[in-house]
Design a protein. Structure first.
Length: 571
Protein backbone atom coordinates (compact mmCIF):
# COMPACT_ATOMS: atom_id res chain seq x y z
CA UNK A 1 0.00 0.00 0.00
CA UNK A 2 1.30 3.46 -0.89
CA UNK A 3 1.82 5.91 2.01
CA UNK A 4 -0.42 9.01 2.08
CA UNK A 5 0.98 12.04 0.54
CA UNK A 6 2.14 14.75 2.94
CA UNK A 7 -0.54 17.13 1.58
CA UNK A 8 -3.39 14.91 2.98
CA UNK A 9 -2.02 14.49 6.56
CA UNK A 10 -2.08 17.35 9.08
CA UNK A 11 1.19 18.22 10.58
CA UNK A 12 1.75 16.81 14.15
CA UNK A 13 1.42 20.18 15.96
CA UNK A 14 -1.97 20.79 14.31
CA UNK A 15 -3.29 17.34 15.34
CA UNK A 16 -2.24 17.92 18.96
CA UNK A 17 -3.97 21.27 18.90
CA UNK A 18 -7.31 19.69 17.76
CA UNK A 19 -7.13 16.94 20.41
CA UNK A 20 -6.50 19.58 23.09
CA UNK A 21 -9.51 21.60 21.98
CA UNK A 22 -11.72 18.51 22.10
CA UNK A 23 -10.58 17.73 25.64
CA UNK A 24 -11.09 21.34 26.67
CA UNK A 25 -14.64 21.31 25.30
CA UNK A 26 -15.41 17.98 27.05
CA UNK A 27 -14.00 19.31 30.32
CA UNK A 28 -16.08 22.45 30.07
CA UNK A 29 -19.20 20.39 29.34
CA UNK A 30 -18.42 18.15 32.32
CA UNK A 31 -18.04 21.18 34.60
CA UNK A 32 -21.31 22.63 33.37
CA UNK A 33 -23.05 19.29 33.90
CA UNK A 34 -21.69 18.99 37.42
CA UNK A 35 -22.70 22.55 38.19
CA UNK A 36 -26.22 21.85 36.88
CA UNK A 37 -26.48 18.70 39.01
CA UNK A 38 -25.32 20.60 42.07
CA UNK A 39 -27.89 23.35 41.43
CA UNK A 40 -30.61 20.74 40.95
CA UNK A 41 -29.60 18.91 44.14
CA UNK A 42 -29.58 22.21 46.01
CA UNK A 43 -33.08 23.03 44.81
CA UNK A 44 -34.30 19.58 45.86
CA UNK A 45 -32.64 20.00 49.29
CA UNK A 46 -34.25 23.41 49.76
CA UNK A 47 -37.68 22.01 48.86
CA UNK A 48 -37.23 19.05 51.20
CA UNK A 49 -36.09 21.29 54.06
CA UNK A 50 -39.02 23.59 53.45
CA UNK A 51 -41.44 20.66 53.57
CA UNK A 52 -39.92 19.45 56.83
CA UNK A 53 -40.05 22.94 58.28
CA UNK A 54 -43.70 23.36 57.37
CA UNK A 55 -44.51 19.92 58.76
CA UNK A 56 -42.86 20.79 62.06
CA UNK A 57 -43.55 24.50 62.42
CA UNK A 58 -46.11 25.34 59.79
CA UNK A 59 -49.19 27.38 60.73
CA UNK A 60 -51.52 26.03 58.09
CA UNK A 61 -55.19 25.63 58.96
CA UNK A 62 -56.39 22.35 60.34
CA UNK A 63 -52.91 20.95 60.85
CA UNK A 64 -51.17 19.95 64.06
CA UNK A 65 -48.69 22.50 65.28
CA UNK A 66 -45.01 22.14 66.07
CA UNK A 67 -43.13 18.97 66.76
CA UNK A 68 -46.20 17.57 68.56
CA UNK A 69 -47.31 16.43 65.11
CA UNK A 70 -45.32 13.32 65.95
CA UNK A 71 -47.48 12.70 69.06
CA UNK A 72 -51.16 11.63 68.96
CA UNK A 73 -53.55 14.51 69.72
CA UNK A 74 -54.81 12.54 72.72
CA UNK A 75 -52.90 10.09 74.86
CA UNK A 76 -53.74 6.40 75.00
CA UNK A 77 -55.52 4.74 77.92
CA UNK A 78 -54.30 1.26 78.86
CA UNK A 79 -55.14 -1.26 81.57
CA UNK A 80 -52.73 -2.24 84.34
CA UNK A 81 -51.04 -4.79 82.05
CA UNK A 82 -50.66 -2.40 79.11
CA UNK A 83 -53.64 -3.65 77.06
CA UNK A 84 -55.07 -0.73 75.03
CA UNK A 85 -58.45 0.57 76.19
CA UNK A 86 -58.55 3.84 74.21
CA UNK A 87 -56.30 5.20 71.48
CA UNK A 88 -56.30 7.88 68.78
CA UNK A 89 -56.45 6.94 65.10
CA UNK A 90 -57.01 8.79 61.82
CA UNK A 91 -60.63 8.53 60.76
CA UNK A 92 -62.59 9.70 57.72
CA UNK A 93 -64.87 12.74 57.82
CA UNK A 94 -67.40 13.49 55.10
CA UNK A 95 -68.30 17.14 54.53
CA UNK A 96 -70.25 19.25 52.08
CA UNK A 97 -69.33 22.56 50.37
CA UNK A 98 -72.74 23.62 48.97
CA UNK A 99 -71.32 26.41 46.79
CA UNK A 100 -68.89 24.03 45.07
CA UNK A 101 -71.55 21.56 43.95
CA UNK A 102 -71.76 21.40 40.16
CA UNK A 103 -74.10 18.44 39.62
CA UNK A 104 -77.85 17.92 39.93
CA UNK A 105 -78.60 18.89 43.54
CA UNK A 106 -81.85 16.94 43.76
CA UNK A 107 -80.20 13.76 42.49
CA UNK A 108 -77.29 14.32 44.87
CA UNK A 109 -79.67 14.80 47.83
CA UNK A 110 -81.42 11.55 46.92
CA UNK A 111 -78.10 9.67 46.77
CA UNK A 112 -76.86 11.11 50.07
CA UNK A 113 -80.09 10.07 51.79
CA UNK A 114 -79.52 6.52 50.55
CA UNK A 115 -75.95 6.41 51.84
CA UNK A 116 -76.50 8.33 55.09
CA UNK A 117 -80.14 7.78 56.14
CA UNK A 118 -79.81 9.74 59.39
CA UNK A 119 -81.21 12.65 57.32
CA UNK A 120 -83.91 12.49 54.69
CA UNK A 121 -83.75 13.71 51.10
CA UNK A 122 -85.38 17.03 51.95
CA UNK A 123 -82.79 17.81 54.63
CA UNK A 124 -79.90 17.16 52.25
CA UNK A 125 -81.55 19.21 49.50
CA UNK A 126 -81.96 22.12 51.94
CA UNK A 127 -78.24 21.89 52.77
CA UNK A 128 -77.31 21.88 49.09
CA UNK A 129 -79.34 25.05 48.48
CA UNK A 130 -78.10 26.75 51.64
CA UNK A 131 -75.84 29.82 51.74
CA UNK A 132 -73.79 28.20 54.50
CA UNK A 133 -70.21 27.52 53.45
CA UNK A 134 -69.74 24.04 54.96
CA UNK A 135 -71.58 21.14 56.63
CA UNK A 136 -70.30 18.03 58.39
CA UNK A 137 -72.25 15.10 56.99
CA UNK A 138 -70.60 12.20 58.82
CA UNK A 139 -67.66 11.97 61.18
CA UNK A 140 -66.04 8.63 62.00
CA UNK A 141 -67.25 7.40 58.63
CA UNK A 142 -66.72 3.76 57.69
CA UNK A 143 -64.31 3.10 54.78
CA UNK A 144 -67.11 1.54 52.72
CA UNK A 145 -69.19 4.72 53.05
CA UNK A 146 -66.21 6.89 52.12
CA UNK A 147 -65.67 4.77 49.02
CA UNK A 148 -69.31 5.12 48.01
CA UNK A 149 -69.33 8.90 48.52
CA UNK A 150 -66.09 9.24 46.60
CA UNK A 151 -67.61 7.31 43.71
CA UNK A 152 -70.27 10.04 43.30
CA UNK A 153 -67.52 12.25 41.87
CA UNK A 154 -68.97 15.52 43.14
CA UNK A 155 -66.38 18.29 43.85
CA UNK A 156 -68.65 19.75 46.52
CA UNK A 157 -68.26 16.64 48.69
CA UNK A 158 -65.21 16.72 50.95
CA UNK A 159 -63.40 13.63 52.24
CA UNK A 160 -60.85 14.41 54.94
CA UNK A 161 -58.87 12.57 57.59
CA UNK A 162 -59.01 13.72 61.22
CA UNK A 163 -57.94 12.24 64.57
CA UNK A 164 -60.59 10.02 66.16
CA UNK A 165 -60.88 8.02 69.37
CA UNK A 166 -61.05 4.23 69.12
CA UNK A 167 -62.06 1.89 71.94
CA UNK A 168 -60.79 -1.53 70.83
CA UNK A 169 -62.47 -3.41 73.72
CA UNK A 170 -65.88 -1.89 72.76
CA UNK A 171 -68.19 -2.11 75.82
CA UNK A 172 -65.58 -3.46 78.26
CA UNK A 173 -65.29 -1.17 81.31
CA UNK A 174 -67.13 1.49 79.32
CA UNK A 175 -68.28 3.44 82.38
CA UNK A 176 -64.73 3.54 83.75
CA UNK A 177 -63.08 4.52 80.46
CA UNK A 178 -65.84 6.84 79.28
CA UNK A 179 -65.76 8.48 75.86
CA UNK A 180 -65.02 11.77 74.07
CA UNK A 181 -67.39 14.18 72.42
CA UNK A 182 -67.40 14.91 68.70
CA UNK A 183 -64.66 17.51 69.15
CA UNK A 184 -62.34 15.11 70.96
CA UNK A 185 -62.82 16.34 74.53
CA UNK A 186 -63.51 13.95 77.41
CA UNK A 187 -67.25 13.61 78.01
CA UNK A 188 -67.45 10.79 80.59
CA UNK A 189 -65.38 8.39 82.67
CA UNK A 190 -61.59 8.56 82.73
CA UNK A 191 -61.65 10.45 79.43
CA UNK A 192 -63.41 13.28 81.22
CA UNK A 193 -61.65 13.00 84.59
CA UNK A 194 -58.18 13.08 83.01
CA UNK A 195 -58.97 15.23 79.97
CA UNK A 196 -56.14 17.66 80.71
CA UNK A 197 -53.56 14.90 81.15
CA UNK A 198 -54.65 13.15 77.95
CA UNK A 199 -54.74 16.26 75.77
CA UNK A 200 -51.79 18.36 76.91
CA UNK A 201 -48.62 18.03 74.81
CA UNK A 202 -46.42 17.57 77.86
CA UNK A 203 -48.24 14.45 79.08
CA UNK A 204 -50.15 12.93 76.19
CA UNK A 205 -47.12 11.06 74.91
CA UNK A 206 -47.34 8.75 77.92
CA UNK A 207 -50.39 6.46 78.24
CA UNK A 208 -52.75 6.81 81.17
CA UNK A 209 -52.45 3.52 83.07
CA UNK A 210 -55.64 2.47 84.82
CA UNK A 211 -55.87 0.04 87.73
CA UNK A 212 -58.39 -2.01 85.73
CA UNK A 213 -57.43 -5.55 84.74
CA UNK A 214 -59.11 -6.41 81.44
CA UNK A 215 -59.16 -10.11 82.35
CA UNK A 216 -60.85 -9.54 85.70
CA UNK A 217 -63.21 -7.01 84.12
CA UNK A 218 -64.26 -9.48 81.42
CA UNK A 219 -65.06 -12.16 83.99
CA UNK A 220 -67.11 -9.80 86.16
CA UNK A 221 -69.06 -8.42 83.21
CA UNK A 222 -69.75 -11.87 81.79
CA UNK A 223 -71.17 -13.22 85.04
CA UNK A 224 -73.23 -10.11 85.77
CA UNK A 225 -74.64 -10.06 82.23
CA UNK A 226 -75.61 -13.70 82.61
CA UNK A 227 -77.36 -12.92 85.90
CA UNK A 228 -79.22 -9.94 84.42
CA UNK A 229 -80.50 -12.21 81.67
CA UNK A 230 -81.36 -15.13 83.97
CA UNK A 231 -83.25 -13.02 86.50
CA UNK A 232 -84.63 -10.41 84.08
CA UNK A 233 -83.09 -7.59 86.12
CA UNK A 234 -83.30 -4.03 84.81
CA UNK A 235 -79.65 -3.40 85.65
CA UNK A 236 -76.64 -4.41 87.70
CA UNK A 237 -73.35 -3.16 89.10
CA UNK A 238 -70.15 -4.82 90.25
CA UNK A 239 -66.80 -3.90 91.78
CA UNK A 240 -63.58 -5.84 92.43
CA UNK A 241 -61.04 -4.00 94.58
CA UNK A 242 -57.61 -4.66 96.06
CA UNK A 243 -58.01 -4.46 99.85
CA UNK A 244 -54.48 -3.19 100.48
CA UNK A 245 -53.97 -0.68 97.66
CA UNK A 246 -57.51 0.56 97.02
CA UNK A 247 -57.06 -0.16 93.30
CA UNK A 248 -60.28 -0.87 91.43
CA UNK A 249 -59.45 -3.97 89.40
CA UNK A 250 -62.88 -4.17 87.78
CA UNK A 251 -65.99 -2.04 87.87
CA UNK A 252 -69.08 -2.29 85.73
CA UNK A 253 -72.56 -0.91 85.37
CA UNK A 254 -75.23 -2.62 83.30
CA UNK A 255 -76.67 -1.93 80.83
CA UNK A 256 -73.41 -0.74 79.29
CA UNK A 257 -72.61 1.48 76.33
CA UNK A 258 -70.27 1.20 73.38
CA UNK A 259 -68.00 4.27 73.67
CA UNK A 260 -67.28 4.04 69.93
CA UNK A 261 -70.94 5.03 69.35
CA UNK A 262 -72.04 6.72 72.58
CA UNK A 263 -74.90 8.54 70.89
CA UNK A 264 -76.68 5.23 70.37
CA UNK A 265 -76.79 4.43 74.09
CA UNK A 266 -79.97 4.98 76.11
CA UNK A 267 -80.01 7.29 79.17
CA UNK A 268 -80.28 4.14 81.31
CA UNK A 269 -77.10 2.75 79.72
CA UNK A 270 -75.21 6.01 80.27
CA UNK A 271 -76.03 5.98 83.99
CA UNK A 272 -73.17 4.63 86.10
CA UNK A 273 -74.81 2.51 88.80
CA UNK A 274 -71.47 1.70 90.43
CA UNK A 275 -70.43 5.25 91.34
CA UNK A 276 -73.28 7.65 90.51
CA UNK A 277 -76.24 5.58 91.61
CA UNK A 278 -76.95 5.24 95.34
CA UNK A 279 -79.07 2.41 96.68
CA UNK A 280 -80.29 0.97 99.95
CA UNK A 281 -78.14 -2.15 100.01
CA UNK A 282 -79.80 -3.86 102.93
CA UNK A 283 -78.09 -6.38 105.15
CA UNK A 284 -74.64 -5.81 103.64
CA UNK A 285 -74.53 -3.00 106.25
CA UNK A 286 -74.91 -5.32 109.23
CA UNK A 287 -71.19 -6.17 109.54
CA UNK A 288 -70.45 -2.47 109.98
CA UNK A 289 -73.00 -2.21 112.79
CA UNK A 290 -71.49 -5.20 114.57
CA UNK A 291 -67.94 -3.87 114.08
CA UNK A 292 -68.95 -0.46 115.45
CA UNK A 293 -70.51 -2.13 118.48
CA UNK A 294 -67.39 -4.22 119.07
CA UNK A 295 -65.10 -1.20 118.96
CA UNK A 296 -67.39 0.83 121.22
CA UNK A 297 -67.67 -1.94 123.82
CA UNK A 298 -71.38 -2.60 123.20
CA UNK A 299 -70.51 -6.12 122.01
CA UNK A 300 -67.98 -7.84 124.22
CA UNK A 301 -68.25 -11.30 122.65
CA UNK A 302 -69.80 -12.89 119.59
CA UNK A 303 -71.57 -15.13 122.09
CA UNK A 304 -73.42 -12.14 123.54
CA UNK A 305 -77.16 -12.87 123.65
CA UNK A 306 -80.09 -10.76 122.42
CA UNK A 307 -83.80 -11.40 122.52
CA UNK A 308 -84.92 -12.31 119.00
CA UNK A 309 -88.72 -12.74 118.93
CA UNK A 310 -90.69 -13.34 115.75
CA UNK A 311 -91.43 -9.59 115.61
CA UNK A 312 -90.06 -6.62 117.54
CA UNK A 313 -92.41 -3.68 118.31
CA UNK A 314 -90.24 -0.59 118.83
CA UNK A 315 -90.70 3.22 118.64
CA UNK A 316 -94.16 2.85 117.17
CA UNK A 317 -93.03 0.45 114.43
CA UNK A 318 -92.54 -3.30 114.08
CA UNK A 319 -89.27 -4.90 112.90
CA UNK A 320 -89.52 -8.30 111.19
CA UNK A 321 -87.05 -11.03 110.21
CA UNK A 322 -86.99 -13.13 107.05
CA UNK A 323 -85.69 -16.07 109.12
CA UNK A 324 -87.15 -15.42 112.59
CA UNK A 325 -85.53 -17.12 115.57
CA UNK A 326 -88.38 -16.84 118.04
CA UNK A 327 -85.85 -17.23 120.86
CA UNK A 328 -82.71 -15.73 122.33
CA UNK A 329 -79.86 -15.53 119.80
CA UNK A 330 -76.14 -14.79 119.83
CA UNK A 331 -74.28 -12.16 117.82
CA UNK A 332 -72.83 -14.97 115.70
CA UNK A 333 -76.33 -16.23 114.90
CA UNK A 334 -77.61 -12.70 114.23
CA UNK A 335 -74.93 -12.33 111.57
CA UNK A 336 -75.29 -15.86 110.21
CA UNK A 337 -79.05 -15.63 109.71
CA UNK A 338 -79.07 -11.89 108.90
CA UNK A 339 -81.44 -10.93 111.71
CA UNK A 340 -82.94 -7.45 111.43
CA UNK A 341 -84.34 -7.76 114.95
CA UNK A 342 -80.98 -8.59 116.49
CA UNK A 343 -79.05 -5.97 114.51
CA UNK A 344 -81.64 -3.28 115.29
CA UNK A 345 -81.11 -3.83 119.00
CA UNK A 346 -77.33 -3.60 118.60
CA UNK A 347 -77.71 -0.32 116.66
CA UNK A 348 -80.06 1.01 119.32
CA UNK A 349 -77.43 0.32 121.99
CA UNK A 350 -74.81 2.00 119.84
CA UNK A 351 -76.91 5.15 119.47
CA UNK A 352 -77.35 7.78 116.80
CA UNK A 353 -74.27 9.90 117.52
CA UNK A 354 -71.77 7.06 117.56
CA UNK A 355 -73.38 5.54 114.49
CA UNK A 356 -73.09 8.84 112.57
CA UNK A 357 -69.47 9.27 113.68
CA UNK A 358 -68.47 5.87 112.30
CA UNK A 359 -70.43 6.28 109.08
CA UNK A 360 -68.72 9.63 108.55
CA UNK A 361 -65.25 8.12 109.03
CA UNK A 362 -66.14 5.43 106.49
CA UNK A 363 -67.22 8.00 103.89
CA UNK A 364 -70.86 6.86 103.95
CA UNK A 365 -72.26 10.34 104.59
CA UNK A 366 -70.45 12.05 101.72
CA UNK A 367 -70.00 11.89 97.98
CA UNK A 368 -68.21 8.86 96.54
CA UNK A 369 -64.43 9.35 96.71
CA UNK A 370 -63.00 8.40 93.31
CA UNK A 371 -61.34 10.23 90.39
CA UNK A 372 -64.40 9.94 88.14
CA UNK A 373 -66.76 12.90 87.84
CA UNK A 374 -69.80 10.59 87.89
CA UNK A 375 -70.09 10.40 91.68
CA UNK A 376 -73.24 10.10 93.75
CA UNK A 377 -73.80 11.42 97.25
CA UNK A 378 -74.98 9.01 99.94
CA UNK A 379 -78.51 9.62 101.22
CA UNK A 380 -79.57 9.45 104.88
CA UNK A 381 -82.55 10.55 107.00
CA UNK A 382 -80.95 13.92 107.78
CA UNK A 383 -83.07 15.87 110.24
CA UNK A 384 -85.40 12.89 110.64
CA UNK A 385 -82.57 10.72 111.98
CA UNK A 386 -84.06 9.48 115.25
CA UNK A 387 -83.87 6.30 117.37
CA UNK A 388 -85.91 4.20 114.94
CA UNK A 389 -83.88 5.44 111.95
CA UNK A 390 -80.73 4.48 113.86
CA UNK A 391 -82.10 0.94 114.13
CA UNK A 392 -83.09 0.68 110.45
CA UNK A 393 -79.76 2.10 109.27
CA UNK A 394 -78.13 -0.57 111.43
CA UNK A 395 -79.59 -3.24 109.12
CA UNK A 396 -79.21 -1.23 105.90
CA UNK A 397 -82.53 0.50 105.41
CA UNK A 398 -82.88 4.29 105.34
CA UNK A 399 -79.35 4.93 104.06
CA UNK A 400 -78.36 4.75 100.38
CA UNK A 401 -74.78 4.42 99.14
CA UNK A 402 -73.08 3.61 95.85
CA UNK A 403 -71.84 0.04 95.30
CA UNK A 404 -68.28 1.42 95.14
CA UNK A 405 -68.77 2.96 98.59
CA UNK A 406 -69.90 -0.41 99.93
CA UNK A 407 -66.78 -2.05 98.47
CA UNK A 408 -64.70 0.70 100.02
CA UNK A 409 -66.33 -0.01 103.40
CA UNK A 410 -65.49 -3.72 103.24
CA UNK A 411 -61.93 -2.92 102.16
CA UNK A 412 -61.61 -0.66 105.19
CA UNK A 413 -63.01 -3.27 107.55
CA UNK A 414 -60.57 -5.91 106.35
CA UNK A 415 -57.47 -3.77 105.73
CA UNK A 416 -56.83 -3.88 109.46
CA UNK A 417 -59.56 -1.27 109.92
CA UNK A 418 -57.80 1.52 107.98
CA UNK A 419 -59.59 3.57 105.31
CA UNK A 420 -57.77 4.38 102.08
CA UNK A 421 -59.60 6.05 99.17
CA UNK A 422 -60.19 3.88 96.11
CA UNK A 423 -58.52 4.71 92.80
CA UNK A 424 -58.91 3.83 89.12
CA UNK A 425 -55.21 4.53 88.52
CA UNK A 426 -52.56 1.86 88.89
CA UNK A 427 -50.51 2.26 92.05
CA UNK A 428 -46.78 2.68 91.59
CA UNK A 429 -43.92 5.12 92.07
CA UNK A 430 -45.89 7.91 90.43
CA UNK A 431 -49.11 7.07 92.28
CA UNK A 432 -48.32 5.79 95.80
CA UNK A 433 -51.06 4.88 98.25
CA UNK A 434 -51.88 7.95 100.36
CA UNK A 435 -51.88 7.78 104.16
CA UNK A 436 -55.05 6.25 105.55
CA UNK A 437 -57.23 6.96 108.55
CA UNK A 438 -58.10 4.41 111.18
CA UNK A 439 -61.77 3.52 111.43
CA UNK A 440 -61.82 0.15 113.22
CA UNK A 441 -59.28 -1.49 115.49
CA UNK A 442 -57.07 -4.29 114.20
CA UNK A 443 -58.67 -6.64 116.75
CA UNK A 444 -62.17 -5.96 115.47
CA UNK A 445 -60.98 -6.33 111.88
CA UNK A 446 -59.58 -9.75 112.75
CA UNK A 447 -62.71 -10.90 114.62
CA UNK A 448 -64.97 -10.01 111.70
CA UNK A 449 -63.18 -12.54 109.46
CA UNK A 450 -64.74 -15.54 111.16
CA UNK A 451 -68.18 -13.93 111.39
CA UNK A 452 -68.38 -13.23 107.65
CA UNK A 453 -66.95 -16.61 106.77
CA UNK A 454 -69.70 -18.11 108.96
CA UNK A 455 -72.33 -16.37 106.82
CA UNK A 456 -71.02 -18.22 103.74
CA UNK A 457 -70.37 -21.62 105.30
CA UNK A 458 -73.57 -21.92 107.37
CA UNK A 459 -75.78 -18.88 106.76
CA UNK A 460 -77.60 -16.91 104.10
CA UNK A 461 -74.56 -16.64 101.81
CA UNK A 462 -73.92 -20.35 101.17
CA UNK A 463 -74.45 -19.93 97.42
CA UNK A 464 -71.54 -17.47 97.31
CA UNK A 465 -68.98 -20.07 98.36
CA UNK A 466 -66.27 -21.05 95.90
CA UNK A 467 -64.45 -24.20 97.08
CA UNK A 468 -60.94 -23.47 98.24
CA UNK A 469 -61.09 -19.68 97.97
CA UNK A 470 -62.43 -18.99 101.50
CA UNK A 471 -65.00 -16.36 100.61
CA UNK A 472 -66.58 -14.44 103.45
CA UNK A 473 -69.31 -11.87 103.03
CA UNK A 474 -72.86 -10.77 103.52
CA UNK A 475 -76.06 -10.92 101.52
CA UNK A 476 -78.30 -7.89 101.21
CA UNK A 477 -81.93 -7.77 100.09
CA UNK A 478 -83.60 -4.37 100.23
CA UNK A 479 -87.13 -3.41 99.29
CA UNK A 480 -86.95 -0.82 96.53
CA UNK A 481 -88.30 2.64 97.27
CA UNK A 482 -90.83 3.47 94.54
CA UNK A 483 -92.78 6.74 94.59
CA UNK A 484 -91.84 7.28 98.22
CA UNK A 485 -93.03 3.85 99.42
CA UNK A 486 -91.20 0.57 99.89
CA UNK A 487 -92.38 -2.07 97.42
CA UNK A 488 -93.31 -5.45 98.85
CA UNK A 489 -92.37 -7.29 95.66
CA UNK A 490 -89.49 -5.37 94.01
CA UNK A 491 -86.00 -5.74 95.46
CA UNK A 492 -82.43 -4.63 95.05
CA UNK A 493 -80.16 -7.54 95.93
CA UNK A 494 -76.47 -7.47 96.65
CA UNK A 495 -73.56 -9.44 98.03
CA UNK A 496 -70.40 -7.93 99.48
CA UNK A 497 -67.58 -10.42 99.84
CA UNK A 498 -63.90 -10.71 100.67
CA UNK A 499 -61.43 -13.45 99.71
CA UNK A 500 -59.44 -15.28 100.89
CA UNK A 501 -60.93 -14.56 104.31
CA UNK A 502 -58.00 -16.04 106.26
CA UNK A 503 -55.77 -13.34 104.69
CA UNK A 504 -58.07 -10.74 103.09
CA UNK A 505 -56.78 -9.45 99.76
CA UNK A 506 -59.72 -8.67 97.49
CA UNK A 507 -63.25 -7.28 97.85
CA UNK A 508 -66.07 -8.10 95.46
CA UNK A 509 -69.47 -6.42 95.45
CA UNK A 510 -72.31 -7.29 93.07
CA UNK A 511 -75.77 -5.75 92.87
CA UNK A 512 -78.86 -6.68 90.86
CA UNK A 513 -81.61 -4.14 90.29
CA UNK A 514 -85.12 -5.66 90.35
CA UNK A 515 -84.26 -9.35 89.80
CA UNK A 516 -87.22 -11.65 89.16
CA UNK A 517 -87.90 -15.08 90.62
CA UNK A 518 -87.25 -18.22 88.56
CA UNK A 519 -88.06 -21.89 89.07
CA UNK A 520 -84.47 -22.40 90.23
CA UNK A 521 -84.95 -19.86 93.05
CA UNK A 522 -88.26 -21.47 94.14
CA UNK A 523 -90.01 -18.13 93.77
CA UNK A 524 -87.53 -16.19 95.93
CA UNK A 525 -85.92 -12.94 94.83
CA UNK A 526 -83.54 -12.57 97.77
CA UNK A 527 -79.79 -12.06 97.40
CA UNK A 528 -78.84 -15.55 98.52
CA UNK A 529 -80.54 -16.92 95.41
CA UNK A 530 -79.37 -14.45 92.75
CA UNK A 531 -76.49 -12.18 93.83
CA UNK A 532 -74.54 -14.74 95.86
CA UNK A 533 -74.11 -17.24 92.97
CA UNK A 534 -72.65 -14.43 90.81
CA UNK A 535 -69.92 -13.95 93.42
CA UNK A 536 -69.18 -17.67 93.55
CA UNK A 537 -68.76 -17.98 89.79
CA UNK A 538 -66.80 -14.73 89.43
CA UNK A 539 -64.34 -15.52 92.23
CA UNK A 540 -63.78 -19.01 90.80
CA UNK A 541 -62.70 -17.34 87.54
CA UNK A 542 -60.69 -14.37 88.79
CA UNK A 543 -58.93 -15.78 91.85
CA UNK A 544 -56.35 -17.73 89.79
CA UNK A 545 -55.70 -14.59 87.71
CA UNK A 546 -55.01 -12.69 90.94
CA UNK A 547 -52.62 -15.30 92.29
CA UNK A 548 -55.00 -16.79 94.87
CA UNK A 549 -54.64 -20.56 94.94
CA UNK A 550 -57.48 -22.79 96.10
CA UNK A 551 -56.73 -24.47 99.40
CA UNK A 552 -59.47 -26.38 101.19
CA UNK A 553 -57.26 -26.87 104.25
CA UNK A 554 -56.98 -23.17 105.04
CA UNK A 555 -59.69 -21.27 106.92
CA UNK A 556 -59.91 -18.30 109.27
CA UNK A 557 -60.05 -19.25 112.95
CA UNK A 558 -63.68 -20.36 113.31
CA UNK A 559 -63.28 -21.52 116.92
CA UNK A 560 -64.28 -18.05 118.09
CA UNK A 561 -67.78 -18.28 116.56
CA UNK A 562 -68.82 -21.91 116.12
CA UNK A 563 -69.48 -22.55 119.85
CA UNK A 564 -72.09 -19.77 119.77
CA UNK A 565 -74.09 -21.16 116.86
CA UNK A 566 -76.95 -23.28 118.13
CA UNK A 567 -80.01 -24.76 116.52
CA UNK A 568 -80.41 -23.12 113.15
CA UNK A 569 -83.49 -21.10 112.29
CA UNK A 570 -85.84 -22.75 109.81
CA UNK A 571 -85.73 -21.30 106.29
Amino acid sequence: MNAPTPALVAPRPERLRLVGQRRQILGMMHQRLMFGLLVYAGIIAIIALRILYLAAFGDHAGAKRGLTALVPERGDIVDRDGAPLARTIDAWTIGLWPKKVIGDKLALARRLAELMPERDEAAYFAMLRSDKSFYFLRRRAAPSLVEAVNAIGEPGLALEREPDRLYPQTTLASHVIGFTDIDGHGAAGAERAFDKHLSEAATRGQPLVLSISSKVQQALEFELNAAVTEFSAIGAAGVVMDVHTGEVLAMTSLPSINPNTPGQGTPEAHFNRATLGVFELGSTFKPFTVAMAMDSGVIKSVGQVYNCPNALPVYGHVVHDTHPFGRACTVAEIMMESSNIGTAQIADQLGKERQKEWLKKMGFLDRVEIELRERGRALNPGSRWGPFETMTIGFGQGIAVAPLQLAMGYATLFDNGVYHPPTILKRGPGNPRPPGRRVFSEETSYKMRSLLRLVVTKGTGKNADAPGYRIGGKTGTAQKLINGRYSQSINITSFAGVFPMDDPRYVIVVMLDEPKATPKTYGFTTAGWNAAPVVSRTVSRIAPMLGVRPDKNREPDMSAVLPYVHEKAEH
